[in-house]
Design a protein around this ligand. Structure first.
Ligand SMILES: NC(=O)c1ccc[n+]([C@@H]2O[C@H](COP(=O)([O-])OP(=O)(O)OC[C@H]3O[C@@H](n4cnc5c(N)ncnc54)[C@H](O)[C@@H]3O)[C@@H](O)[C@H]2O)c1
Length: 429
């Protein structure tokens, strides 16, 4: 595999990857194993030290092995400052601001630092998920910081080149998908896109399509908006079905029998840092024409409040309500609580139903977030304990472990099932 990768690398380049998070570190390791000489740069000293020791500072299957290989080949080193190189890849965060516009401050700061190290002729690849126009913004930051360097001139070998290459990997499968997914490279110039393609060919076996920078930026946002809009349709159906007293899970299963219908599953909301964020970048870019995309975001963002209302209704019917919360992660079978609707639901519930105990079953974590511990009314327990202690059960994540719950475990309890996991209960033995 490595031999094959090296054969496909026409000329090893010196590449600096800025930001060693979920995206930057796998990319740096894959590039090094693919034959390039890579320096991974991060502001966080603990991250840099950990990576230098060959230790991945977060959970991602198979990354540990690739990192160890990259380091033992002597092709991946780390730094807290940006050294000279041929190619720079920016993989820094792009959160959104309160008004839902993209916060490009990390991209801007990283661009200024890279610009300071450049000598002319380098290729800058923006991998961070960004609104349309961000690659041009990076080029503009370079022009401003380094007016001595030519930018985007197809006829000059010493001109700086800029592309956007969005990342589509799924956490938990990053090391597979980083090699096999199709990639889009959008250049501010054609020669920049062609040069970047040669870099990605060193570790990507998927098709690599070239386009302009703005189309590439938009493609990533559109992919996640497509998912968001389709989830919003399912979530809206779940609200309508509550009014009409119809089982939404059965309804969707029946409708999906149609050969050209494929409705997604409803849930407690949309979490994570991509699907719940990226559509806002489109809305901010063209607020007048993005009604459907904005409405989908709003529908999905309203779902946690709906689940909390269901819980409040259930609480009113019990003399001594005790609540089991099944799941806190933002999706099934992972430990990631970031931007999780389940966590939001628990936090809101603590506010609106005072004095009630919550028993949380989250098999993928060993400690609760501090603010929940500090509440004193929330205890992290085994699933069986949560079910045993409670008379109201709120299912928020479809972890495999919860699929093993039996009808007996739930007998006499009020069920709030935001993921449809109680539709196929295991009969008691
Ligand atoms: N995580 C995903 O699943 C995923 C998938 C596709 C796209 N993306 C996008 O990729 C980008 C990076 O996301 P991530 O999940 O890797 O973020 P992350 O928070 O895991 O990592 C970002 C890293 O950048 C570092 N950093 C910030 N500014 C820096 C600077 N000026 N110099 C050096 N290091 C700096 C931070 O210390 C951090 O370690 C974002 O735009 C995100 O939207 C993420």
């Amino acid at each position: 595999m490595n031999v094959e990768m090296e054969e496909r690398t026409p000329r090893p380049e010196k590449i600096v990857v800025v930001g060693l998070g979920y995206i930057g570190l796998p990319t740096a390791a894959a590039l090094a194993v693919g034959g390039h000489v890579v320096v991974g740069v991060d502001l966080n000293e603990a991250t840099v030290e950990s990576v230098a020791r060959g230790q991945v500072p977060f959970v991602e299957p198979d990354l540990q092995e690739t990192l160890a290989q990259a380091i033992s080949l002597g092709r991946l080193t780390t730094s807290t400052t940006i050294p000279p190189a041929d190619v720079y890849i920016l993989a820094v965060p792009t959160p959104y601001l309160e008004d839902h516009t993209a916060d490009l401050s990390y991209v801007e700061a990283a661009s200024r630092q890279v610009a300071a190290a450049c000598r002319g002729g380098e290729l800058v690849i923006l991998e961070s998920t960004c609104p349309p126009g961000a690659t041009q913004f990076v080029a503009d930051v370079f022009s401003e910081t380094r007016p001595d360097l030519a930018v985007n001139n197809e006829n000059s070998s010493s001109a700086m080149q800029f592309v956007h290459c969005p990342e589509r990997v799924l956490p938990g499968r990053i090391m597979i998908e980083i090699k096999t997914n199709a990639r889009i490279i959008g250049g501010l110039t054609t020669s920049a896109a062609e040069r970047a393609k040669r870099i990605y060919e060193s570790f990507c076996s998927g098709p690599i399509r070239l386009t302009d920078a703005k189309t590439a930026e938009m493609a990533k946002l559109v992919e996640n908006s497509f998912r968001d809009v389709n989830i919003a349709f399912a979530n809206e159906l779940s609200l309508i079905c509550e009014t009409l007293k119809i089982n939404v899970w059965e309804l969707i299963e029946l409708a999906n029998q149609h050969p050209r219908v494929n409705i997604l599953q409803p849930g407690p909301g949309v979490g994570g840092h991509c699907i719940a964020v990226d559509p806002w970048f489109i809305v901010a870019s063209d607020p007048i024409n993005s009604n459907l995309i904005r409405t989908a975001r709003e529908v999905n963002d309203r779902k946690p409040a709906f689940v909390v209302q269901q819980l409040m209704n259930a609480v009113e019917e019990k003399a001594v309500p005790v609540v089991a919360i099944l799941g806190l992660a933002f999706k099934a079978n992972i430990d990631d609580l970031r931007e999780s609707p389940a966590v939001e639901i628990l936090r809101r519930a603590l506010d609106v139903v005072p004095g009630i105990e919550f028993y949380v079953a989250e098999p993928h974590i060993s400690t609760l977030p501090h603010d929940l511990v500090n509440e004193g009314r929330v205890e992290l327990v085994e699933t069986a304990v949560a079910l045993d202690k409670s008379n109201i059960v709120v299912a928020l994540v479809d972890h495999d472990e919860f699929q093993m719950i039996s009808t007996d475990d739930l007998s006499g309890k009020t069920l709030i099932d935001s993921k449809g996991i109680f539709n196929n209960l295991v009969p008691a033995v």
